[in-house]
Ligand binder design. Structure first.
Ligand code: SF4
Ligand code: SF4
Length: 472
């Protein structure tokens, strides 16, 4: 029944295979010899199968767990250095016809303020985001064929790319909308979106159907097979994720990696990113009613094990998580974070009043982008506003082969420095600028090729002189 090459959801996410994997992991969680063997394989940086990864996740030998964390940290350093890419979500509309029981936008919620941005509102939001310094957005919208048809999403993408406010520009728009048709994915590709993101929420079919009692999202197969349609439509960077807390985390973890293996087996390219959201409080949602909440230790272990299992896949953590939690897991494998997010519709231009709340979830990290950027630098990270790859045509298998050979580092590091310099010139506070300038000078020494270093130095000077948008 289990077949990673199948295009049928129930075959590439075979329930029986997940259960057998969990049994195998439980039976081997004290098996030091097997765990060592898996760790040896992981050290070769080629990733792990879902079964191997599940054993590491279950492992309860303290000393081996410390090794797992050390290896995750090392792999993170080898592939992503000390860079963290910044982005912000932009909520376009919270009209939704689905009945997801964990989301306040569900259709039966009659008291939440329903909002949809008109194009002039989108422009105002984008100006506000550009004024903070953002260059990369993830747009979000509920599923509603009348209020949010694909034409509306495409128009918003066009508006976002068209706004050039002062020195600002949004250079990459990732899209997080409901599962749709190949034809619509083709249109999104033509609109030059970056990554198509769709969270599975849960891979457990029976729970999925209960958690999505009404609306088109109820169809498990249609939702689970969406990434295959997206790839058929020409989108080759796709972002996976589950909502931890809905189902048993071990189940989700194994199935998530099976999904990654499926994409690799069928399309020759795994997921571009994996997100790790946890269920949070929101308008009429109480996270405590879901029995499968995970604590911070388990969350950290999941992140470390994903890092080891799919070294080439970026990992995203949002402002759903607190500053303290984000600080704890950054070094274990996170490569992208959001900053200064508003999870309400129209919240960047004008913060909402108490009685008109349209937030999808409560934000735990409420700092400004400047504070987040400074915090990252104080922790030794380089905040990066880079969006170069898809603009240079480095997507899908081309991108993955550069990742696998390690060559992508030669672009990421210089691009991080140049985009940080732009940020410092245009948006940073005095304190942040001082820390950033010192960081850039120190990091220049870490560019190994002299020719590249000179080019970057020249471009940094050009940026100080007012020019923008240099990239490798
Ligand atoms: S999770 Fe998405 S599809 Fe479900 S109710 Fe919320 S906005 Fe709608
Ligand atoms: S060079 Fe590509 S992979 Fe590296 S940070 Fe920029 S967009 Fe991401």
């Amino acid at each position: 029944m289990y077949n990673p090459k199948s295009l049928k959801a129930e075959e590439f996410i075979s329930h029986e295979e997940v259960l057998e994997t969990l049994e195998y992991a439980a039976a081997n969680k004290h098996n030091a010899a097997l765990i060592d063997e898996i760790l040896e394989k992981a050290k070769r940086r080629k990733g792990l199968s879902h079964r191997e990864a599940a054993v590491l996740l279950d492992c309860d030998i303290e000393e081996k767990n410390q090794e797992i964390y050390r290896l995750a940290e090392q792999i993170k350093k080898d592939f992503y250095g000390n860079r963290i890419v910044m982005f912000a979500p932009l909520y376009l509309s919270n009209y939704c016809v689905n009945g997801c029981v964990y989301c306040p936008y569900h259709a039966k919620n009659k008291h939440i303020a329903r909002k949809k941005l008109a194009q002039e509102d989108v422009a105002r939001e984008v100006c506000a985001l550009q004024d903070m310094g953002h260059k990369r957005l993830a747009i979000e919208a509920g599923e509603d064929p009348v209020n949010n048809p694909i034409e509306y999403i495409l128009e918003c993408v066009k508006t976002i790319y068209s706004i050039k406010h002062k020195n600002g520009a949004i250079r990459r728009v990732n899209v997080n909308i409901a599962a749709t048709t190949v034809e619509n994915y083709r249109k999104l590709k033509e609109a030059e979106i970056g990554t198509y993101i769709l969270f599975q929420e849960t891979y457990h079919k029976e729970s999925y159907e209960k958690l999505h009692p009404t609306g088109p999202k109820h169809n498990y197969a249609y939702h689970t097979e969406a990434m295959d349609r997206a790839m058929e439509g020409g989108i080759d960077d796709v972002g996976l994720g589950v909502l931890f807390g809905l189902e048993l985390y071990r189940y989700e973890f194994a199935a998530l990696l099976m999904h990654a293996e499926h994409l690799e087996a069928v399309h020759g390219v795994g997921p571009h990113t994996i997100s790790v959201p946890r269920v949070k409080r929101a308008d009429d949602i109480d996270p405590d009613v879901f029995d499968n909440g995970i604590d911070d230790d388990t969350f950290a272990k999941i992140i470390a094990c994903i890092r080891i299992s799919v070294p080439y896949t970026g990992m995203i953590i949002s402002t759903r998580e607190s500053k303290a939690c984000r600080e704890r897991v950054l070094h274990l494998g996170i490569s992208q974070i959001s900053g200064a997010s508003r999870t309400s519709v129209g919240g960047y231009y004008e913060p909402e009043k108490e009685d008109e709340c349209s937030e999808q979830f409560d934000v735990s990290d409420n700092r400004t982008l400047d504070e987040v950027v400074r915090w990252l630098m104080e922790l030794g990270y380089i905040p990066s506003f880079c969006t170069a790859c898809y603009r240079e045509g480095r997507t899908g298998d081309r991108f993955m082969s550069l990742c696998k050979s390690g060559q992508i580092q030669n672009c990421c590091h210089p691009n991080a420095l140049m985009t940080l310099q732009e940020y410092l010139m245009d948006y940073a506070s005095e304190d942040t600028r001082k820390i950033g300038e010192a960081l850039i000078q120190a990091e220049l020494k870490n560019i190994p090729k002299e020719k590249v270093r000179h080019l970057v130095e020249e471009n940094l000077q050009n940026i100080r002189n007012g020019l923008r948008d240099f990239r490798l």
